[in-house]
Design a protein around this ligand. Structure first.
Ligand code: HEC
Length: 114
């Protein structure tokens, strides 16, 4: 295979990985310590992610997320200190811990839990 062809093949593989990746990415961003690391503080409903005993923040299930539309979720992830200056939840957007696109995928993930 010539170098050019190899490059095309690598590009096609990357595109396939990205399309597949989007479905699981919200959950990955939630669980990964080098991303949101949300499971350090929050539990998820059974079947939605790993089982953890974290209880610093509330368990994020449908009942809890009633009334949390996308805009409110986005605003919270951007900067939870706006709603509660004393919160221990990190300001993911304001401190650039996550990119805007990553916050959007977390909003998708949380919205789907409702
Ligand atoms: C260091 C602990 C901590 C981490 C890490 C954390 N949170 Fe929180 N979170 C909290 C606490 C505590 C609250 C309760 C509200 C407050 O403190 O103002 C909360 C509240 C929330 C709420 C609102 C639920 C409600 O009813 O109040 C959502 C949604 C949420 N967090 C999502 C996330 C997501 C998504 C992540 C990861 C990107 C995350 N949290 C990371 C501690 C944390």
């Amino acid at each position: 295979m010539g170098a050019g062809l190899r490059l095309v093949a690598a590009g096609a593989m990357l595109a396939a990985t990205t399309a597949w990746g989007q479905a699981v990415e919200g959950r990955d961003l939630f669980t990964r310590a080098d991303k949101g690391g949300c499971i350090a503080c929050h539990q998820l409903p059974p079947g939605s992610g790993p089982v953890v005993r974290a209880d610093v923040g509330p368990r994020l299930d449908a009942a809890r997320l009633q009334g949390w539309d996308r805009a409110r979720l986005r605003a919270l992830l951007e900067d939870p200190t706006r709603a509660n200056p004393g919160t221990v939840m990190p300001p993911y957007g304001r401190h650039r811990l996550l990119e805007a696109g990553e916050i959007e995928r977390l909003v998708d993930f949380l919205h789907a839990l409702r």
